[in-house]
Design a protein. Sequence first.
Length: 282
Amino acid sequence: MNRIVYKQMLTPTTALLQVEAPWIARKAQPGQFIIVRLDDEGERIPLSLSGWDRAAGTLRLIVQGVGFTTKQMIALEVGDSIRDVVGPLGQRTHLPPDGTLVVIGGGYGAGAVLPTAREARAAGRRTVGIIGARTRKLVLMEEEMRQVCNEVFVTTDDGSQGIKGLVTDALSQVIAADRIGAVLAVGPVPMMRAVSELTRPHQIPTFVSLNAIMVDGTGMCGGCRVTVGGQSKFACFDGPDFDGHTVNYDELIQRQKMYKPQEAMAQDHECRLRTDVPMSPV
């Protein structure tokens, strides 16, 4: 059992959790992920690592309550435990060593790019961070990003903070002003696709972290199969980072929709269970 030792709600639907997992914390590297199962009956879900404390033996996770299990997870409190935490899984991030590194996080992805940015900054590399969100209240990890980047841009769809527009609008400004050595983008698939299309004509090496459906996390089940450069790859074993210019995004989007009906059924079942619970008198 892995105990939650710290919790902070970053938005009404997104939580920062620190979880005890000393063996994983000892080995974790930027770009890797874990798979968690909340209880004996729960599904297994992959989560990017936002950080770790090797001395304390804890992992930092940014969890957005979108599906059935992630909503359950952000409802947990300090002292609660997670049944299984497996990792670290996947390959660490490997980026070209020269030029400015640009890390881009959309939504929860702002937490996932932090370890790479921190490592690059510690090595003396100029690092630029871009955070994207729909509105100011949904901007995540800005303070942490400023601590590990030389420069940070925030974009919001409604213009309530930073640049009004998308992360690609900020990236266009950086491309025009700097010699970029590599871009790492983590977040929704449409965002990662748009970033890759923007950098393609500039021939800027661009890497995206593919959040494919996973079960075992070791390449055995084949659930996270993606097509990269015309070849089948497993996001859990060969990735999660891949060359963004060679990913078949159309296939990835279709595969992510495979279990939408089951997810809807699970959430509907949970809602009905809660409705059936008698309310205590006030």
